[in-house]
Design a protein around this ligand. Sequence first.
Ligand code: NAP
Length: 474
Amino acid sequence: MADQDSAAVAEVINPATGAKGKHYPLNSLDEALKAAERAHAAQRDWRRTSFADRAAVIGKAAELLRARADDYAGLMTEEMGKTVTDGRAEIEKCAAHCDWFAEHAERYLADQPIDVDGAGDVFVTFNPLGVVLAVMPWNFPFWQVIRFAAPALMAGNGAVLKHASNVPGCALAIEQVLRDAGLPDGVFRTLLLPSKDVAKLIESPHIAAVSLTGSVAAGKSVAAAAGGVLKKCVLELGGSDAYLILDDADAGAAAKISARARMVNGGQSCIAGKRFIVLDSVKQQFEEALVDAMRGFAIGDPTEAATKLGPMQSVAARDEVHEQVEASIAKGAKLLLGGEVPDKAGAWYPATVLTDVDAGQPAHDEEIFGPVAAIISAKDEADAIRIANDSEFGLGSGVLTGDIDRGCLIARDELDAGMSFVNENVRSDPRMPFGGVKHSGYGRECADYGIREFVNVKTVLVKPLQVSDGSRVE
Ligand code: NAP
Protein backbone atom coordinates (compact mmCIF):
# COMPACT_ATOMS: atom_id res chain seq x y z
CA MET A 1 0.00 0.00 0.00
CA ALA A 2 1.17 3.53 -0.71
CA ASP A 3 2.13 5.95 2.07
CA GLN A 4 -1.16 6.61 3.83
CA ASP A 5 -0.25 9.94 5.37
CA SER A 6 0.80 11.70 2.22
CA ALA A 7 -1.77 10.18 -0.14
CA ALA A 8 -4.66 9.55 2.33
CA VAL A 9 -5.69 6.61 0.17
CA ALA A 10 -5.19 2.87 0.42
CA GLU A 11 -3.75 1.61 -2.85
CA VAL A 12 -3.93 -2.09 -3.60
CA ILE A 13 -0.89 -3.77 -5.18
CA ASN A 14 -1.43 -7.23 -6.66
CA PRO A 15 1.23 -9.43 -5.01
CA ALA A 16 1.34 -11.82 -7.97
CA THR A 17 2.24 -9.16 -10.52
CA GLY A 18 3.23 -6.01 -8.66
CA ALA A 19 0.50 -4.17 -10.63
CA LYS A 20 -1.33 -1.32 -8.96
CA GLY A 21 -5.03 -1.88 -8.32
CA LYS A 22 -7.88 0.14 -6.84
CA HIS A 23 -7.55 3.19 -4.56
CA TYR A 24 -9.68 3.67 -1.47
CA PRO A 25 -9.89 6.94 0.46
CA LEU A 26 -8.85 6.61 4.10
CA ASN A 27 -11.05 7.67 7.00
CA SER A 28 -9.89 10.49 9.24
CA LEU A 29 -9.64 10.07 13.00
CA ASP A 30 -12.61 12.40 13.35
CA GLU A 31 -14.72 10.13 11.11
CA ALA A 32 -13.59 7.13 13.12
CA LEU A 33 -14.61 8.73 16.41
CA LYS A 34 -18.02 9.61 14.96
CA ALA A 35 -18.46 6.04 13.68
CA ALA A 36 -17.68 4.73 17.17
CA GLU A 37 -20.29 7.09 18.61
CA ARG A 38 -22.88 5.90 16.07
CA ALA A 39 -22.00 2.27 16.75
CA HIS A 40 -22.45 2.92 20.46
CA ALA A 41 -25.95 4.32 19.88
CA ALA A 42 -26.87 1.48 17.51
CA GLN A 43 -25.54 -1.15 19.92
CA ARG A 44 -27.90 0.02 22.65
CA ASP A 45 -30.82 -1.17 20.50
CA TRP A 46 -29.00 -4.22 19.16
CA ARG A 47 -28.29 -5.54 22.66
CA ARG A 48 -32.04 -5.63 23.34
CA THR A 49 -32.81 -7.85 20.34
CA SER A 50 -33.45 -11.54 20.98
CA PHE A 51 -30.95 -14.28 20.24
CA ALA A 52 -33.36 -15.49 17.55
CA ASP A 53 -33.33 -12.09 15.82
CA ARG A 54 -29.54 -11.89 15.96
CA ALA A 55 -29.26 -15.47 14.71
CA ALA A 56 -31.44 -14.59 11.71
CA VAL A 57 -28.93 -11.86 10.73
CA ILE A 58 -25.78 -13.91 11.33
CA GLY A 59 -27.34 -16.95 9.62
CA LYS A 60 -28.23 -14.78 6.62
CA ALA A 61 -24.63 -13.52 6.55
CA ALA A 62 -23.52 -17.16 6.25
CA GLU A 63 -25.86 -17.64 3.28
CA LEU A 64 -24.57 -14.49 1.55
CA LEU A 65 -20.94 -15.41 2.17
CA ARG A 66 -21.51 -18.77 0.46
CA ALA A 67 -23.31 -17.12 -2.46
CA ARG A 68 -20.45 -14.63 -2.95
CA ALA A 69 -17.57 -17.05 -2.27
CA ASP A 70 -16.04 -16.76 -5.75
CA ASP A 71 -16.08 -12.94 -5.70
CA TYR A 72 -14.57 -12.76 -2.24
CA ALA A 73 -11.91 -15.36 -3.05
CA GLY A 74 -10.98 -13.27 -6.10
CA LEU A 75 -10.75 -10.16 -3.96
CA MET A 76 -8.37 -11.84 -1.53
CA THR A 77 -6.22 -13.02 -4.45
CA GLU A 78 -5.99 -9.47 -5.81
CA GLU A 79 -5.23 -7.83 -2.49
CA MET A 80 -2.99 -10.29 -0.62
CA GLY A 81 -2.22 -13.11 -3.04
CA LYS A 82 -4.23 -15.98 -1.53
CA THR A 83 -4.89 -18.84 -3.92
CA VAL A 84 -8.53 -18.98 -5.03
CA THR A 85 -8.85 -22.50 -3.64
CA ASP A 86 -7.73 -21.32 -0.20
CA GLY A 87 -9.97 -18.27 -0.57
CA ARG A 88 -13.08 -20.32 -1.26
CA ALA A 89 -12.26 -22.56 1.70
CA GLU A 90 -11.81 -19.49 3.89
CA ILE A 91 -15.24 -18.13 2.96
CA GLU A 92 -16.86 -21.49 3.66
CA LYS A 93 -15.13 -21.53 7.05
CA CYS A 94 -16.52 -18.06 7.79
CA ALA A 95 -20.02 -19.20 6.83
CA ALA A 96 -19.79 -22.29 9.03
CA HIS A 97 -18.55 -20.11 11.91
CA CYS A 98 -21.56 -17.79 11.50
CA ASP A 99 -23.89 -20.80 11.44
CA TRP A 100 -22.27 -22.21 14.57
CA PHE A 101 -22.63 -19.05 16.63
CA ALA A 102 -26.11 -18.31 15.28
CA GLU A 103 -27.13 -21.71 16.59
CA HIS A 104 -25.12 -21.92 19.82
CA ALA A 105 -24.64 -18.39 21.19
CA GLU A 106 -27.80 -18.54 23.27
CA ARG A 107 -26.64 -21.78 24.90
CA TYR A 108 -23.14 -20.40 25.56
CA LEU A 109 -24.62 -17.27 27.14
CA ALA A 110 -27.51 -18.80 29.05
CA ASP A 111 -27.91 -17.66 32.66
CA GLN A 112 -26.08 -19.94 35.07
CA PRO A 113 -27.75 -20.59 38.46
CA ILE A 114 -25.49 -20.77 41.53
CA ASP A 115 -26.47 -22.50 44.72
CA VAL A 116 -25.60 -20.15 47.64
CA ASP A 117 -27.21 -21.45 50.84
CA GLY A 118 -30.16 -19.30 51.86
CA ALA A 119 -28.98 -16.29 49.89
CA GLY A 120 -31.95 -16.18 47.50
CA ASP A 121 -31.91 -16.76 43.76
CA VAL A 122 -28.35 -16.33 42.54
CA PHE A 123 -27.31 -16.58 38.93
CA VAL A 124 -24.66 -15.37 36.52
CA THR A 125 -25.79 -13.55 33.42
CA PHE A 126 -23.76 -12.30 30.45
CA ASN A 127 -24.37 -8.71 29.29
CA PRO A 128 -22.60 -7.37 26.19
CA LEU A 129 -19.76 -4.92 26.88
CA GLY A 130 -20.61 -2.39 24.14
CA VAL A 131 -18.65 -1.54 21.00
CA VAL A 132 -15.47 -3.54 20.45
CA LEU A 133 -12.67 -2.19 18.26
CA ALA A 134 -11.26 -5.01 16.10
CA VAL A 135 -7.74 -4.51 14.72
CA MET A 136 -7.16 -7.31 12.23
CA PRO A 137 -4.42 -8.73 9.95
CA TRP A 138 -4.39 -9.37 6.22
CA ASN A 139 -3.46 -13.06 6.18
CA PHE A 140 -7.01 -14.42 6.48
CA PRO A 141 -8.82 -11.20 5.57
CA PHE A 142 -12.35 -12.59 6.04
CA TRP A 143 -11.75 -15.31 8.62
CA GLN A 144 -9.89 -13.23 11.21
CA VAL A 145 -12.71 -10.67 11.22
CA ILE A 146 -15.61 -13.13 11.16
CA ARG A 147 -13.91 -15.27 13.84
CA PHE A 148 -14.23 -12.26 16.15
CA ALA A 149 -17.40 -10.65 14.79
CA ALA A 150 -19.91 -13.54 14.69
CA PRO A 151 -19.70 -14.31 18.42
CA ALA A 152 -19.28 -10.64 19.42
CA LEU A 153 -22.42 -9.62 17.51
CA MET A 154 -24.38 -12.64 18.72
CA ALA A 155 -23.51 -11.58 22.28
CA GLY A 156 -25.14 -8.20 21.56
CA ASN A 157 -21.99 -6.15 21.05
CA GLY A 158 -21.32 -3.65 18.29
CA ALA A 159 -17.98 -3.42 16.48
CA VAL A 160 -15.76 -1.12 14.49
CA LEU A 161 -13.14 -2.74 12.30
CA LYS A 162 -9.67 -1.37 11.56
CA HIS A 163 -8.39 -3.92 9.08
CA ALA A 164 -4.85 -4.27 7.71
CA SER A 165 -4.09 -1.52 5.25
CA ASN A 166 -3.45 -3.88 2.30
CA VAL A 167 -6.95 -5.42 2.29
CA PRO A 168 -9.33 -2.44 2.06
CA GLY A 169 -11.68 -4.14 -0.41
CA CYS A 170 -12.07 -7.16 1.89
CA ALA A 171 -12.63 -4.85 4.87
CA LEU A 172 -15.47 -3.03 3.12
CA ALA A 173 -16.96 -6.28 1.75
CA ILE A 174 -17.34 -7.60 5.31
CA GLU A 175 -19.30 -4.53 6.38
CA GLN A 176 -21.44 -4.91 3.25
CA VAL A 177 -22.22 -8.57 3.81
CA LEU A 178 -23.37 -7.88 7.37
CA ARG A 179 -25.47 -4.94 6.24
CA ASP A 180 -27.03 -6.99 3.44
CA ALA A 181 -27.80 -9.70 6.00
CA GLY A 182 -29.94 -7.21 7.90
CA LEU A 183 -27.59 -5.97 10.62
CA PRO A 184 -28.98 -2.58 11.72
CA ASP A 185 -27.13 0.45 10.45
CA GLY A 186 -24.06 1.38 12.48
CA VAL A 187 -23.76 -1.78 14.59
CA PHE A 188 -20.72 -2.93 12.58
CA ARG A 189 -18.60 -0.37 10.77
CA THR A 190 -15.41 -0.75 8.73
CA LEU A 191 -12.92 2.09 8.97
CA LEU A 192 -9.97 2.47 6.63
CA LEU A 193 -7.77 3.93 9.31
CA PRO A 194 -4.00 4.27 9.59
CA SER A 195 -2.60 2.35 12.56
CA LYS A 196 -1.24 5.59 14.09
CA ASP A 197 -4.85 6.60 14.90
CA VAL A 198 -5.73 3.37 16.73
CA ALA A 199 -4.61 4.53 20.19
CA LYS A 200 -6.77 7.66 19.95
CA LEU A 201 -9.77 5.60 18.87
CA ILE A 202 -9.28 3.29 21.86
CA GLU A 203 -9.57 6.35 24.12
CA SER A 204 -13.05 7.12 22.75
CA PRO A 205 -15.69 6.77 25.47
CA HIS A 206 -17.74 4.86 22.90
CA ILE A 207 -15.22 2.02 22.61
CA ALA A 208 -15.56 -0.55 25.37
CA ALA A 209 -12.83 -3.06 24.50
CA VAL A 210 -10.32 -4.11 21.84
CA SER A 211 -9.55 -7.32 19.98
CA LEU A 212 -6.27 -7.40 18.07
CA THR A 213 -4.92 -10.13 15.87
CA GLY A 214 -1.46 -9.37 14.55
CA SER A 215 2.19 -9.04 15.42
CA VAL A 216 3.79 -8.80 18.86
CA ALA A 217 4.75 -5.16 18.18
CA ALA A 218 1.16 -4.19 17.33
CA GLY A 219 -0.07 -6.16 20.35
CA LYS A 220 2.23 -4.29 22.72
CA SER A 221 1.17 -0.95 21.30
CA VAL A 222 -2.56 -1.70 21.45
CA ALA A 223 -2.35 -3.32 24.90
CA ALA A 224 -0.52 -0.24 26.21
CA ALA A 225 -3.17 2.08 24.77
CA ALA A 226 -6.00 -0.07 26.16
CA GLY A 227 -4.24 -0.38 29.52
CA GLY A 228 -3.84 3.39 29.69
CA VAL A 229 -7.62 3.79 29.69
CA LEU A 230 -8.31 0.50 31.51
CA LYS A 231 -10.13 -1.23 28.67
CA LYS A 232 -10.11 -4.95 28.18
CA CYS A 233 -8.25 -6.39 25.23
CA VAL A 234 -7.85 -9.80 23.66
CA LEU A 235 -4.57 -10.37 21.82
CA GLU A 236 -4.02 -13.05 19.18
CA LEU A 237 -0.39 -12.57 18.21
CA GLY A 238 2.40 -14.39 16.47
CA GLY A 239 3.60 -17.94 16.82
CA SER A 240 6.54 -20.17 16.08
CA ASP A 241 4.73 -23.46 16.48
CA ALA A 242 6.93 -26.44 17.26
CA TYR A 243 6.14 -29.97 16.12
CA LEU A 244 7.99 -32.78 17.87
CA ILE A 245 8.84 -35.75 15.65
CA LEU A 246 9.47 -38.59 18.08
CA ASP A 247 11.64 -41.65 17.44
CA ASP A 248 8.58 -43.91 17.09
CA ALA A 249 6.99 -41.76 14.35
CA ASP A 250 6.71 -42.94 10.75
CA ALA A 251 8.88 -40.36 8.98
CA GLY A 252 6.73 -40.24 5.82
CA ALA A 253 3.47 -39.72 7.69
CA ALA A 254 5.07 -37.15 10.01
CA ALA A 255 6.51 -35.24 7.04
CA LYS A 256 3.12 -35.03 5.32
CA ILE A 257 1.51 -33.54 8.44
CA SER A 258 4.50 -31.22 8.91
CA ALA A 259 4.43 -29.92 5.33
CA ARG A 260 0.68 -29.36 5.53
CA ALA A 261 1.15 -27.55 8.85
CA ARG A 262 3.96 -25.40 7.48
CA MET A 263 2.27 -24.48 4.20
CA VAL A 264 -1.13 -23.33 5.51
CA ASN A 265 -1.92 -20.14 3.60
CA GLY A 266 1.44 -20.22 1.82
CA GLY A 267 3.21 -20.34 5.19
CA GLN A 268 1.62 -17.06 6.29
CA SER A 269 -0.37 -18.29 9.25
CA CYS A 270 0.14 -17.70 12.96
CA ILE A 271 -0.55 -21.40 13.59
CA ALA A 272 1.58 -22.71 10.75
CA GLY A 273 4.14 -25.23 12.02
CA LYS A 274 7.44 -23.40 11.90
CA ARG A 275 9.94 -25.45 13.90
CA PHE A 276 10.19 -29.21 13.36
CA ILE A 277 12.10 -30.71 16.26
CA VAL A 278 13.17 -34.19 15.32
CA LEU A 279 14.88 -36.86 17.41
CA ASP A 280 18.32 -37.74 16.05
CA SER A 281 17.43 -41.36 15.31
CA VAL A 282 14.78 -40.38 12.69
CA LYS A 283 16.33 -37.11 11.53
CA GLN A 284 17.70 -38.19 8.17
CA GLN A 285 14.52 -40.03 7.11
CA PHE A 286 12.40 -37.08 8.21
CA GLU A 287 14.57 -34.57 6.30
CA GLU A 288 14.22 -36.57 3.08
CA ALA A 289 10.48 -37.05 3.51
CA LEU A 290 9.88 -33.39 4.40
CA VAL A 291 11.81 -32.18 1.35
CA ASP A 292 9.68 -34.49 -0.80
CA ALA A 293 6.45 -33.27 0.76
CA MET A 294 7.43 -29.59 0.54
CA ARG A 295 8.42 -30.00 -3.11
CA GLY A 296 4.76 -30.78 -3.76
CA PHE A 297 3.94 -27.11 -3.03
CA ALA A 298 4.97 -25.69 -6.38
CA ILE A 299 4.61 -21.98 -7.08
CA GLY A 300 1.80 -21.12 -9.49
CA ASP A 301 -0.84 -18.63 -10.58
CA PRO A 302 -3.06 -17.99 -7.54
CA THR A 303 -6.13 -17.57 -9.76
CA GLU A 304 -5.88 -21.21 -10.90
CA ALA A 305 -7.71 -23.77 -8.78
CA ALA A 306 -4.87 -26.32 -8.85
CA THR A 307 -2.22 -23.92 -7.50
CA LYS A 308 -0.87 -24.87 -4.10
CA LEU A 309 1.50 -21.97 -3.47
CA GLY A 310 0.79 -18.43 -4.63
CA PRO A 311 2.81 -15.28 -3.99
CA MET A 312 3.43 -13.90 -0.52
CA GLN A 313 1.44 -10.84 0.55
CA SER A 314 4.04 -8.26 -0.49
CA VAL A 315 7.57 -7.89 -1.80
CA ALA A 316 8.63 -6.35 1.53
CA ALA A 317 7.33 -9.38 3.45
CA ARG A 318 9.08 -11.73 0.96
CA ASP A 319 12.36 -9.86 1.35
CA GLU A 320 12.13 -10.11 5.14
CA VAL A 321 11.65 -13.89 4.94
CA HIS A 322 14.57 -14.23 2.52
CA GLU A 323 16.80 -12.22 4.87
CA GLN A 324 15.86 -14.55 7.74
CA VAL A 325 16.74 -17.57 5.59
CA GLU A 326 20.09 -16.10 4.49
CA ALA A 327 21.00 -15.04 8.03
CA SER A 328 20.18 -18.54 9.31
CA ILE A 329 22.40 -20.11 6.64
CA ALA A 330 25.20 -17.65 7.47
CA LYS A 331 24.97 -18.86 11.08
CA GLY A 332 25.17 -22.57 10.27
CA ALA A 333 21.79 -23.76 8.92
CA LYS A 334 21.88 -25.99 5.82
CA LEU A 335 19.58 -25.35 2.88
CA LEU A 336 17.81 -28.51 1.65
CA LEU A 337 15.21 -26.96 -0.66
CA GLY A 338 14.24 -23.58 -2.15
CA GLY A 339 15.81 -20.48 -0.63
CA GLU A 340 16.14 -18.53 -3.89
CA VAL A 341 14.06 -15.53 -4.93
CA PRO A 342 12.50 -16.25 -8.36
CA ASP A 343 13.54 -13.82 -11.08
CA LYS A 344 10.12 -12.33 -11.84
CA ALA A 345 7.87 -9.47 -10.74
CA GLY A 346 5.72 -10.08 -7.68
CA ALA A 347 6.19 -11.36 -4.15
CA TRP A 348 7.26 -14.92 -4.95
CA TYR A 349 9.14 -17.25 -2.65
CA PRO A 350 9.50 -21.01 -3.03
CA ALA A 351 8.83 -23.75 -0.50
CA THR A 352 12.06 -23.86 1.49
CA VAL A 353 13.57 -26.34 3.97
CA LEU A 354 16.42 -25.57 6.35
CA THR A 355 18.09 -28.14 8.57
CA ASP A 356 20.68 -27.98 11.36
CA VAL A 357 18.79 -24.97 12.64
CA ASP A 358 20.06 -23.91 16.05
CA ALA A 359 19.79 -21.21 18.71
CA GLY A 360 21.07 -17.85 17.50
CA GLN A 361 19.61 -18.29 14.00
CA PRO A 362 16.45 -16.38 12.96
CA ALA A 363 14.83 -19.67 11.87
CA HIS A 364 15.19 -20.85 15.47
CA ASP A 365 14.59 -17.66 17.45
CA GLU A 366 12.06 -15.71 15.37
CA GLU A 367 8.75 -16.27 13.63
CA ILE A 368 9.28 -16.80 9.89
CA PHE A 369 6.03 -15.72 8.22
CA GLY A 370 6.46 -17.50 4.90
CA PRO A 371 6.95 -20.95 3.33
CA VAL A 372 10.10 -21.94 5.25
CA ALA A 373 10.37 -25.09 7.37
CA ALA A 374 13.13 -25.22 9.99
CA ILE A 375 14.40 -28.63 11.13
CA ILE A 376 16.02 -28.69 14.57
CA SER A 377 17.57 -31.84 16.00
CA ALA A 378 17.06 -33.06 19.56
CA LYS A 379 18.92 -35.86 21.31
CA ASP A 380 15.88 -37.24 23.14
CA GLU A 381 12.28 -36.51 24.13
CA ALA A 382 13.19 -34.25 27.06
CA ASP A 383 15.56 -32.26 24.85
CA ALA A 384 12.83 -31.88 22.20
CA ILE A 385 10.37 -30.56 24.80
CA ARG A 386 12.99 -28.14 26.12
CA ILE A 387 13.66 -26.77 22.62
CA ALA A 388 9.93 -26.49 21.84
CA ASN A 389 9.36 -24.41 24.97
CA ASP A 390 12.49 -22.31 24.46
CA SER A 391 10.56 -19.72 22.48
CA GLU A 392 9.00 -16.34 23.19
CA PHE A 393 5.80 -17.72 21.62
CA GLY A 394 3.21 -20.23 22.82
CA LEU A 395 0.42 -20.47 20.26
CA GLY A 396 0.09 -23.96 18.75
CA SER A 397 2.23 -27.07 19.00
CA GLY A 398 2.19 -30.65 17.81
CA VAL A 399 3.48 -34.10 18.64
CA LEU A 400 3.98 -36.67 15.89
CA THR A 401 4.36 -40.16 17.29
CA GLY A 402 3.34 -43.79 16.85
CA ASP A 403 2.34 -43.92 20.52
CA ILE A 404 -0.72 -41.76 21.14
CA ASP A 405 -0.56 -42.17 24.93
CA ARG A 406 2.99 -40.80 24.92
CA GLY A 407 1.91 -38.00 22.56
CA CYS A 408 -1.10 -37.14 24.70
CA LEU A 409 0.97 -36.80 27.88
CA ILE A 410 3.45 -34.47 26.17
CA ALA A 411 0.66 -32.41 24.59
CA ARG A 412 -1.31 -32.19 27.82
CA ASP A 413 1.42 -31.63 30.38
CA GLU A 414 4.63 -30.45 28.77
CA LEU A 415 4.14 -28.01 25.92
CA ASP A 416 3.75 -24.30 26.75
CA ALA A 417 1.13 -23.49 24.13
CA GLY A 418 -2.54 -22.62 23.87
CA MET A 419 -3.16 -25.61 21.60
CA SER A 420 -1.37 -28.96 21.33
CA PHE A 421 -2.42 -31.48 18.71
CA VAL A 422 -1.19 -35.07 18.41
CA ASN A 423 -0.68 -36.43 14.88
CA GLU A 424 -2.61 -33.56 13.30
CA ASN A 425 -1.80 -30.04 12.28
CA VAL A 426 -3.20 -27.30 14.51
CA ARG A 427 -6.28 -25.57 13.16
CA SER A 428 -8.98 -23.19 14.35
CA ASP A 429 -12.57 -24.33 14.70
CA PRO A 430 -15.59 -22.54 16.22
CA ARG A 431 -16.05 -25.42 18.67
CA MET A 432 -12.52 -25.32 20.14
CA PRO A 433 -10.99 -22.46 22.17
CA PHE A 434 -8.25 -20.71 20.20
CA GLY A 435 -5.42 -18.56 21.55
CA GLY A 436 -1.97 -18.54 23.03
CA VAL A 437 0.31 -17.86 25.98
CA LYS A 438 3.54 -15.87 26.34
CA HIS A 439 4.06 -13.43 23.44
CA SER A 440 1.38 -15.21 21.42
CA GLY A 441 -1.11 -13.15 23.39
CA TYR A 442 -3.92 -13.64 25.85
CA GLY A 443 -7.63 -14.29 25.83
CA ARG A 444 -9.40 -16.82 23.65
CA GLU A 445 -11.53 -16.85 20.54
CA CYS A 446 -14.10 -19.46 19.49
CA ALA A 447 -16.31 -21.73 21.59
CA ASP A 448 -17.78 -20.69 24.96
CA TYR A 449 -14.48 -19.17 26.11
CA GLY A 450 -14.36 -16.91 23.06
CA ILE A 451 -17.91 -15.60 23.15
CA ARG A 452 -17.51 -14.77 26.84
CA GLU A 453 -14.48 -12.50 26.31
CA PHE A 454 -16.58 -9.45 25.44
CA VAL A 455 -19.33 -9.78 28.00
CA ASN A 456 -19.87 -8.53 31.50
CA VAL A 457 -20.03 -11.67 33.63
CA LYS A 458 -22.65 -10.33 35.99
CA THR A 459 -23.69 -11.91 39.27
CA VAL A 460 -27.35 -11.34 40.12
CA LEU A 461 -28.80 -12.12 43.54
CA VAL A 462 -32.56 -11.80 44.05
CA LYS A 463 -34.38 -12.20 47.36
CA PRO A 464 -37.58 -10.88 48.87
CA LEU A 465 -37.38 -7.63 50.83
CA GLN A 466 -37.74 -8.18 54.59
CA VAL A 467 -39.76 -5.27 56.05
CA SER A 468 -39.15 -4.08 59.62
CA ASP A 469 -42.24 -5.76 61.16
CA GLY A 470 -41.00 -9.08 59.90
CA SER A 471 -43.70 -9.62 57.23
CA ARG A 472 -42.49 -10.27 53.72
CA VAL A 473 -42.98 -8.02 50.73
CA GLU A 474 -43.30 -10.42 47.76
P1 NAP B 1 0.64 -6.38 12.06
O1 NAP B 1 1.60 -5.57 11.32
O2 NAP B 1 0.70 -6.38 13.52
O3 NAP B 1 -0.83 -5.89 11.57
C1 NAP B 1 -2.01 -6.39 12.15
C2 NAP B 1 -2.98 -5.24 12.34
O4 NAP B 1 -2.47 -4.34 13.32
C3 NAP B 1 -3.18 -4.40 11.09
O5 NAP B 1 -4.50 -3.94 11.05
C4 NAP B 1 -2.22 -3.25 11.30
O6 NAP B 1 -2.58 -2.11 10.58
C5 NAP B 1 -2.37 -3.04 12.78
N1 NAP B 1 -1.23 -2.40 13.43
C6 NAP B 1 0.09 -2.57 13.17
N2 NAP B 1 0.83 -1.85 14.02
C7 NAP B 1 -0.04 -1.22 14.85
C8 NAP B 1 0.12 -0.31 15.93
N3 NAP B 1 1.33 0.06 16.36
N4 NAP B 1 -0.98 0.15 16.54
C9 NAP B 1 -2.19 -0.24 16.15
N5 NAP B 1 -2.42 -1.09 15.12
C10 NAP B 1 -1.35 -1.57 14.48
O7 NAP B 1 0.66 -7.88 11.66
P2 NAP B 1 0.94 -8.50 10.23
O8 NAP B 1 2.38 -8.52 10.02
O9 NAP B 1 0.10 -7.85 9.21
O10 NAP B 1 0.37 -9.98 10.46
C11 NAP B 1 1.18 -11.01 10.76
C12 NAP B 1 1.31 -11.25 12.24
O11 NAP B 1 0.03 -11.53 12.80
C13 NAP B 1 2.14 -12.48 12.50
O12 NAP B 1 2.96 -12.28 13.62
C14 NAP B 1 1.09 -13.54 12.80
O13 NAP B 1 1.58 -14.64 13.50
C15 NAP B 1 0.07 -12.75 13.52
N6 NAP B 1 -1.24 -13.41 13.47
C16 NAP B 1 -1.73 -13.97 14.61
C17 NAP B 1 -2.94 -14.67 14.57
C18 NAP B 1 -3.52 -15.30 15.79
O14 NAP B 1 -4.70 -15.69 15.76
N7 NAP B 1 -2.78 -15.46 16.89
C19 NAP B 1 -3.62 -14.79 13.36
C20 NAP B 1 -3.07 -14.22 12.22
C21 NAP B 1 -1.87 -13.52 12.30
P3 NAP B 1 -1.73 -1.65 9.27
O15 NAP B 1 -1.86 -2.73 8.27
O16 NAP B 1 -2.39 -0.38 8.88
O17 NAP B 1 -0.33 -1.47 9.75
